[in-house]
Ligand binder design. Structure first.
Ligand SMILES: [Zn+2]
Length: 164
């Protein structure tokens, strides 16, 4: 294949793109024979490159959905993190038992238990948490992870959740 010729043609096309496309368009609209040939050429091109085109399109879709999914997860996490921050602040920013104020270990505790039931009853519980806590302030407190587990053991709730 004469690459110089191909390159020259490409360069010519790039320089005169608008005019060439306009000519093609008007010819396509006005010249029945040209239109038929163009359509046939496109069909032939499609038939010949079907697999390649399919793979390419599939790649685009996969990439698109992956990035969409990542974006959604990031958004959800950011929203959840924000809610958690507000709730922790609202509830005093420290463990009511030992005073630990490390944000990473603070957990929202249902004072009289029943957190699981509430979780089930509320669709989208984690995103509703701020509203739920603010509405029923007296039912919630902050515990650090250690104190929370100790409470679970003391209440005998561990049997269903953890090994003895
Ligand atoms: Zn604690």
């Amino acid at each position: 294949m004469d690459t110089t010729y191909t390159t020259q043609r490409k360069e010519y096309y790039e320089k005169n793109k608008e005019r060439i496309n306009e000519e093609r368009r008007s010819r396509y609209l006005n010249d029945k024979e040209y239109r038929k040939n163009t359509i046939n050429r496109n069909i032939q091109y499609y038939e010949k490159n079907k697999d390649k085109l399919y793979e390419k399109r599939k790649g685009y879709y996969i990439e698109y959905y992956q990035s969409l999914r990542e974006y959604k997860i990031t958004q959800q996490l950011a929203r959840y993190h924000n809610i958690r921050k507000n709730v922790v602040k609202f509830l005093g920013e420290k463990c009511v038992k030992c005073g630990n104020s490390d944000f990473r270990v603070l957990q929202v505790d249902h004072v009289n238990g029943g957190g699981g039931k509430e979780r089930k009853a509320n669709k989208n519980y984690s995103h509703q948490l701020e509203n739920i806590v603010k509405k029923n302030k007296e039912n919630y407190q902050l515990l650090c992870a250690n104190c929370n587990i100790i409470k679970i053991y003391e209440n005998g709730e561990h049997k269903s959740k953890f090994s003895p």
